[in-house]
Write a protein that binds this ligand. Structure first.
Ligand SMILES: Nc1ncnc2c1ncn2[C@@H]1O[C@H](COP(=O)(O)OP(=O)(O)O)[C@@H](O)[C@H]1O
Ligand SMILES: O=C(O)C1=C[C@@H](OP(=O)(O)O)[C@@H](O)[C@H](O)C1
Ligand SMILES: [Mg+2]
Length: 172
């Protein structure tokens, strides 16, 4: 059973879209960040604070592999950084997965993230001006990895339902 993987920058809507897609196509959804939080019984913020980002990336890789090996068909919502570490991007190309990059512009990401920073340790302390600059540079650095996905869906100016339908069309 192929795993359906949603990837893309923080705030592009991976968790929101995966949840709605799961209801639409009746395939269970697992959020990688949530799985990591459950595994170590700590929030993402607490993992970064107590153990640091390198530890988080190691855990993230382990849990991603565990999910890919699970026998069930699943929709997996990655974290924004998942494809960019531990050669995880290689895992987006296998026959056993359908990987979809939810591509958002800097403006879309900024608008969504400016209200949703607190649970994202990489941006939690940034001012609006710092954040715009950060997103622009960081997205540029990460795009190589995001572009390893098998499919790309532009999410700017689309409702949640429209993006879900775009993914359903890819899966058909
Ligand atoms: N059209 C849309 N598609 C997806 N998310 C949207 C949309 N419009 C607003 N949002 C909001 O943007 C945020 C996306 O966050 P989330 O789903 O956690 O993204 P990610 O998991 O990629 O970081 C949510 O607060 C969601 O409600
Ligand atoms: O981009 C990143 O490096 C991160 C994205 C987050 O997931 P979302 O993209 O779901 O916010 C979460 O995994 C962690 O805060 C690190
Ligand atoms: Mg998420």
């Amino acid at each position: 059973m192929k795993k359906i993987i949603l990837l893309g920058y923080m705030g592009c809507g991976k968790s929101t879209i995966a949840n709605k897609l799961s209801k639409n196509i009746e395939i269970p959804f697992v959020d990688l960040d949530k799985k990591i939080e459950e595994k170590v019984n700590l929030s993402i913020n607490a993992i970064f604070e107590k153990h640091g980002e390198i530890y988080f990336r190691k855990l993230e890789h382990e849990v991603f592999i565990e999910l890919l090996h699970s026998p069930e068909q699943l929709i997996i919502g990655l974290g924004g950084g998942t494809p960019c570490y531990a050669n995880n991007h290689e895992l987006l190309k296998g026959d056993n997965v359908v990987s979809v990059y939810l591509k958002a512009s800097i403006d879309t990401l900024f608008n969504r993230l400016s209200h949703n920073k607190s649970k994202r340790p990489l941006i939690a302390d940034k001012s609006d001006a710092e954040m715009k600059e950060f997103i622009a540079k960081h997205l540029f650095d990460r795009s190589f990895y995001y572009n390893q996905a098998q499919y790309k869906v532009i999410v700017d100016d689309k409702t949640i339902d429209q993006t879900v339908l775009d993914i359903v069309a890819i899966l058909a």
